[in-house]
Design a protein around this ligand. Structure first.
Ligand code: ADP
Length: 536
């Protein structure tokens, strides 16, 4: 028996093979179909995709053979990789190199062999697609050609796998990058939005009108920037497939009343009339992702407001039945031309942009994606100059139940004002924001600048509730929460973070974190959490 020589480019050949990360992976249908076809066309009981590793041949796909691999020294394919064309042995008994090979003398008793080398685009032969018979046999020209073509197809599939992996890993890097960017952008925006709101709401001092106006501009611009950052992050989440919904049971009437009051406040700025009708029962609850549902409705409503001239009318009709939620938003605004209707759900599309028109052109694309993620549909009818009607239909599961506790009104304090609260936050400006916000709702807090400090503090001190920033220097908020809740399993921890990517992460629950508030936290967010976790 002759052991095949090691190719002169062995080191680089192996590197090329390892780049595909295919050795010892599971069966894959696309490769199995190629071996089946090879066995069929060449009319042989055995067909294999054999990859030549340093000291073994490993089979990515096999027909008619049970072994997963054999030693390289006895591999026919180790010979075949020296060839550029199909390597054929038509009768092993007559070939000095193979007649006493254990694969010939014992099972599977190879009598004839034909292997097309698998050559990478860089020119390295990493293995073969081979057809094996237990009888002497010479393939005809068509069979040889077919084996060669199928061999090339194996490489094409391996290249495709590699490309998909590269794209996936680039996407992961992009998501990581955006997660960091999200944090970096949202942290300073948090300070801008929260401080301007605190100053606007502060009744203890009276600013001159001009400064009040400046503050309002600051507040407005900060919010716009924040909503833009959120849209870009949503888009990235949707496109990277990292999008999850969080369904909870919500009280329909409370939810839609809050949508109504937000709408009225938005519409008042343009003196628009809002006709709001909502068909739900008093005690109706339904399952939905509350944040995303309000994002969908408010996006349609704010477009209706944006594209309506002052003093026009906007109709919002909501109908919750046992199977569906239907939301219809109609305006008498500028409308959309027929030729543009198909464009407006595309990203970055603004149909009639003018210098006064704000927006990123992302809103409707995100709205449509959200609706589709929730297995619903969105329809639009519009006439240029006459107005538009957007209709969303979402399947829902309603529950008429009295067992549910009423959702506490978010602005009503029912929490214990003497509750001991710890905020773990490294950013000095955010510490100030937190102190000021808690002060406004009448609660004083302790602050720690790192996870390590918090753990130390908790060894000698007790807190009813901890608000935990997730991005911390040293041990992060997840790790800190895990340590804290393993010291005291009853300790309640709520994450407070600027990184919107953490929200859907089951990592929160795994690390003992009960709830999540995204920065900038609103007063009502804080009150709801305090009502829930620090009841009076
Ligand atoms: P934007 O952030 O620009 O509002 P959207 O994706 O929400 O982005 O909307 C895309 C475009 O669709 C808008 O720029 C506008 O041209 C058009 N559009 C959306 N809603 C309406 C409406 N109610 N009336 C007229 N045009 C609308």
């Amino acid at each position: 028996m002759k052991v095949a020589d090691i190719p002169s480019n062995e080191k680089y050949r192996l590197e090329a093979l390892y780049r595909y990360e295919v050795l010892d992976t599971d069966m894959e249908k696309v490769f199995d179909e190629l071996t089946e076809l090879a066995s069929e066309i060449c009319d042989t009981p055995i067909a294999l995709i054999s990859l030549i590793d340093a000291d073994r041949q490993w089979f990515k796909s096999k027909v008619g053979l049970s072994a997963d691999e054999t030693h390289r020294d006895i591999a026919f394919c180790a010979h075949a990789i020296h060839q550029e064309e199909v390597f054929e042995v038509s009768d092993t008994f007559l070939d000095e190199r193979f007649k006493d090979n254990p694969l010939v003398t014992e099972s599977p008793n190879i009598r004839s062999y034909a292997g097309a080398p698998l050559i990478t685009p860089e020119g390295f032969a990493i293995g073969t697609l081979c057809a094996i018979n237990d009888k002497p046999k010479k393939l005809n020209a068509h069979q040889i050609k077919a084996l060669e073509t199928l061999g090339k197809q194996v490489i094409t599939q391996l290249q495709l796998r590699l490309k998909i992996k590269e794209v996936e890993s680039a996407n992961e890097r992009k998501t990581d990058f955006l997660s960091n960017l999200s944090h970096e952008l949202r942290t300073p925006l948090n300070a801008i939005v929260s401080f301007s709101k605190l100053m606007i709401d502060d009744k203890t001092f009276d600013l001159p009108d001009k400064q009040k106006q400046y503050l309002k501009h600051l507040d407005y611009s900060g919010r716009r920037l924040l909503s833009l950052v959120n849209s870009v992050l949503d888009l990235n989440k949707i496109e990277s497939g990292n999008f999850t919904l969080e369904y909870t049971s919500i009280h329909a009437k409370t939810f839609f009343e809050s949508i109504h009051s937000i709408t009225k406040a938005l519409a008042a700025k343009k003196s628009l009339v809002v006709n709001f009708s909502c068909e739900t029962n008093e005690n109706e609850y339904f399952q939905t992702d509350e944040t995303r549902l309000s994002q969908i409705i408010l996006n349609l409503v704010s477009n209706a407001i944006k594209f309506s001239p002052n003093e026009q009318t906007i109709d919002i009709k909501i109908k919750l039945s046992s199977a569906n939620l239907i939301v219809a938003v109609r305006d008498e605004g500028i409308g959309i031309a027929k030729k543009d209707l198909h464009l407006i759900f595309e990203k970055f599309q603004q149909v009639r942009p003018n210098e006064n028109q704000e927006g990123s052109g992302l809103g409707l694309m995100i709205t449509k994606s959200l609706v589709e993620h929730m297995h619903g549909s969105i329809k639009l009818s519009s006439k240029l100059g006459q107005g538009s009607l957007f209709k969303v239909k979402l399947p829902v599961c309603t529950e008429n139940t009295f067992q549910q506790t009423d959702i506490p009104s978010q602005t009503q304090h029912t929490f214990n004002p003497n509750a001991k609260i710890l905020v773990v936050e490294d950013n000095l400006i955010n510490q100030e924001v937190a102190k000021a916000m808690f002060h406004t709702i009448g609660i004083s807090i302790s602050v720690c600048g790192s996870g390590e400090d918090a753990i130390k503090k908790l060894k000698s001190d007790y807190f009813d509730l901890i608000f935990m920033d997730l991005h911390l220097p040293g041990i992060d908020g997840f790790e800190t929460s895990k340590k804290i809740t393993s010291m005291d399993p009853n300790q309640k921890v709520v994450a407070l973070t600027a990184d919107v990517f953490s929200k859907a992460d089951s990592k929160l629950a795994r690390n003992g974190i009960q709830a999540y508030i995204s920065k900038p936290a609103s007063e009502s967010d804080l009150i709801s959490v305090l009502n829930k976790y620090c009841p009076n």
